[in-house]
Design a protein around this ligand. Structure first.
Ligand SMILES: NC(=O)c1ccc[n+]([C@@H]2O[C@H](COP(=O)([O-])OP(=O)(O)OC[C@H]3O[C@@H](n4cnc5c(N)ncnc54)[C@H](O)[C@@H]3O)[C@@H](O)[C@H]2O)c1
Length: 331
């Protein structure tokens, strides 16, 4: 039987979640909810779902299996806590947009609540849900790369918005840090520098160093001043290196000693694994979430779980502390 789903927060991203559920046979989008009536009504009409204007009403009147929370808020995460906690209290699985919360203490509460209730909590860390990123992960897991030594990550976009001094770090870098941890595992220590471009109030460029628990090391350069999307991940191991250019565009393997360089591209339109644009990562990530719920996997097997979203936020808060105190922070 299809999973009964509702989406909470119906602007751009909530509508994207809704369209993924709407087109997936394993899910039925039964309701949408926004405190702004017109947004809920418009989406309800578009998807043939019921409209609600408060989470309480939604939970009282619909029999659901899971919800997506796409409410945004301060630092793009200030409004995620309440609907997530309400849905978990009501016994529903939750896929929450990133950051889980802009407030790391609240993000911890969300993860703890899901654990206490035995429910699945996922984070929409969609950047690595691409065939090429998954192929690179296989190389890490099957030993082709050898023992991971270092990672070099870049995630740069143009975002002129200003909400707080650390908006750039909290709103954007759950994604890049998640990609880094995907290949390198959990972090142990962090150190950061940051610089604003002229006229900006938030620390819109950052340079972050990480030591992972495995002993491997890594660097992230992040920016909200880039003028273009630049995402690139290089990972070096004892047997070779790979470079992932873009989110899904190109993957190259460089053997360390002899052997051929291997180059893989996004397959052409119509071929299996082809991705048209970044927007397709919502399809793959939310598709994986639906599949896992449908398969009844246990909460600790959820890919890009709440715990992983929280781990990324712990690095961000550590980086902020490092920058403010000019020290290396142990996580
Ligand atoms: N994963 C990605 O690639 C990606 C990309 C962009 C944005 N995002 C994230 O998606 C989220 C949403 O982004 P957006 O641009 O659509 O946000 P937005 O702020 O434009 O819209 C949020 C909507 O949620 C509604 N809302 C707020 N609190 C609510 C509540 N308690 N109940 C019901 N509705 C509520 C608001 O009225 C608004 O319509 C953000 O957290 C953002 O960080 C993720």
């Amino acid at each position: 039987m299809a999973l009964r789903i509702a989406v909470i927060g119906m602007r751009g991203i909530g509508n994207t979640h809704a369209s993924v559920y709407h087109s997936n046979d394993l899910a039925e989008l039964v309701a949408v909810c926004d405190i702004v009536k017109e947004r809920a009504d418009e989406a309800a009409e578009k998807f043939g779902a019921n409209a609600y204007y408060s989470v309480d009403d939604l939970l009282e009147n619909e029999k659901l299996d899971a919800v997506s929370v796409a409410t945004g808020g301060f630092e793009n995460g200030g409004d995620h806590f309440e609907p997530t906690m309400q849905a978990l209290e009501a016994g529903l699985h939750v896929l929450c947009e990133k950051p889980l919360s802009n407030d790391v203490a609240r993000a911890r509460e969300m993860v703890n609540k899901a654990k206490e209730k035995g429910l699945c909590l996922g984070t929409n860390l969609n950047h690595r849900f691409t065939p090429l990123a998954m192929q690179a992960k296989e190389w890490v897991d099957n030993g082709k790369l050898g023992d991971p030594l270092f990672v070099n990550m870049a995630l740069w976009i143009e975002n002129p918005n200003e909400t707080s001094p650390f908006f750039h770090l909290r709103a954007l870098h759950p994604h890049s840090l998640d990609v880094m941890m995907y290949y390198m595992g959990l972090p142990e220590k962090v150190h950061a520098f940051a610089v604003r471009s002229p006229g900006r109030r938030n620390w819109s460029n950052a340079s972050i160093n990480i030591k992972f628990k495995s002993g491997a090391i890594g660097h992230l350069s992040g920016s909200y001043d880039a003028g273009r999307l630049n995402e690139r991940c290089e990972v070096a191991g004892t047997n070779g290196q790979f470079v992932l250019d873009g989110v899904f565009e190109k993957l190259t393997f460089y053997p360390r000693r002899g052997g051929d360089v291997e180059v893989y591209h996004n397959p052409p339109p119509g071929e299996e694994g082809h991705m048209d644009s970044f927007g397709d990562t919502f399809m793959t990530r939310i598709g994986a979430w639906i599949q896992q719920l449908s398969d009844g996997v246990s909460p600790d097997e959820i890919d890009a779980s709440g715990a992983k979203g929280l781990a990324a936020q712990e690095i961000i808060e550590g980086a902020i502390k490092s920058f403010q105190t000019d020290t290396v922070v142990t996580l």
